[in-house]
Design a protein around this ligand. Structure first.
Ligand code: TYD
Length: 393
């Protein structure tokens, strides 16, 4: 049974950055539910993938040093621990992970044509397709079974999880390994980072929910790693149950115990979260309005999908945050979805004109602080909303 716990209001498609601001944009009710049976948190309204993952998808995995490093480190680990003969990545984006492997052994799957083109042009076999059973059949026929399947920040975007795991099961060899990584529900609740929810993020997983979802497909988690990426993620190492060669490490029990201790299996945890989110909205608006009254200029740093949730939920317009800045070419000179706030191209001097920077990309806080030492030195300050809205001194 799905139980409602939070209404984040009407939200546009999070990655639909428009060249011309339109007051009337298609928006969808963003409501969050907790499934009492498998303990998964999800949004209610499912938008067809074709509407979200188009040939102009602006999200690029390799735009931050943090993510490039994270993928590089993982590639070394995969080579050392599993030494796979064939690797496939579901949602290969602009190739941030696959570029670390020999072209002969790696396959990408990427539905967004503009991104798939980047890797196929470089000579990486890339299927410009949505992940489903038909595609799994096609790939297996052509390439045989796969030893290592990987997917980061993608499976949570696909509504039909049964088809996702059925297709993975079909393509993965019997002693193969599936690695998935996604933002951690526990970290989201702890940090009150409600901006992890937008229409693309259909699910937010915990170890408890992943265990329940994959159980039906004869998969089990054998190892879990906590990552700092995306505000706190979990990397799940998964195997087929009949593969006895890989042992289940203590990390699995440890993570599940942590989640149970925090109450992730109980509905009341989510009603409490809902109250905290509403409080967070009031307090962020208080800070921004006070700064506006004192004629301070505020820019948003990182035109993230997460920031789209915040500005639409809190109804923040350009009178409060005059612009956003971002390094992604696809976002420059466009408007933040749902709002009249223009995204400017990043250059070293851009922050000079502003007193405060609201951290839309708070998950890259360290990388950004390192980069913006000059801004901080001349008295510039960052505003962050996690775990509660505050000005960072
Ligand atoms: P991310 O937090 O991964 O995104 P989302 O919420 O959309 O999933 O995106 C980070 C965004 O911040 C991305 O658009 C690139 C941008 N960015 C900068 O503009 N400058 C930076 O120094 C960093 C680290 C990121």
């Amino acid at each position: 049974m799905n139980k409602f716990f939070l209404d984040l209001g009407k939200q546009p498609l999070a990655n639909n950055y428009l060249s011309i601001y339109k007051k009337k944009q298609t928006k969808y009710n963003l409501k969050l539910f907790f499934n009492t049976k498998n303990k998964t948190v999800s949004i209610s309204k499912r938008i067809p993938s074709e509407k979200m993952f188009t040939n102009k998808y602006p999200y690029r995995s390799s735009m931050s040093k943090t993510m490039r490093n994270s993928f590089y480190k993982l590639s070394l680990e995969i080579k050392k621990k599993f030494n796979p003969k064939k690797i496939l990545e579901i949602g290969s984006n602009d190739g941030a992970l696959i570029k670390n492997f020999n072209k002969k052994i790696v396959i990408g799957v990427e539905p967004c044509n503009n991104l798939a083109k980047i890797t196929s042009r470089k000579g990486y076999l890339t299927y410009n397709k949505y992940w489903n059973f038909n595609l799994a059949k096609k790939i297996r026929k052509k390439n045989g079974k796969i030893d290592l399947l990987y997917s980061a920040n993608t499976l949570t975007h696909i509504s039909n999880l049964a088809e996702v795991f059925k297709s993975i099961s079909y393509l993965l060899s019997n002693d193969g390994v599936l690695i998935i990584e996604d933002p951690s529900l526990l970290e989201c609740i702890k940090k009150n980072s409600y901006d992890q929810f937008y229409n693309e993020h259909i699910y937010l997983f915990s170890a408890i929910s992943v265990k329940n979802i994959i159980n039906k497909f004869n998969f089990e988690i054998f190892h879990i790693k906590n990552l700092t990426t995306h505000g706190g993620s979990l990397r799940y190492y998964i195997k087929k149950k009949n593969n006895k060669k890989l042992k289940i490490s203590r990390s699995v029990h440890k993570q599940i115990s942590k989640e149970i201790k925090y109450g992730l299996h109980k509905f009341k945890t989510y009603t409490k979260f809902s109250t905290n989110v509403q409080k967070s909205k009031r307090n962020l608006l208080k800070i921004l309005n006070k700064l506006k009254k004192n004629n301070k200029k505020i820019i948003g740093y990182g035109a993230t999908a997460k920031a789209v949730t915040i500005i639409n939920y809190c109804n923040i317009n350009k009178d409060l945050i005059s612009n956003f800045v971002d390094v992604t070419p696809e976002k420059i000179n466009k408007f933040m979805p749902g709002k009249d706030i223009k995204i400017l191209n990043y250059d070293r001097n851009i922050l000079k004109k502003y007193d405060f920077a609201f951290l839309g990309a708070w998950n890259f806080r360290n990388e950004i602080f390192n980069k913006e030492k000059k801004f901080l030195k001349r008295g510039g300050k960052f505003i962050i909303h996690v775990p509660f809205p505050k000005i960072i001194k």
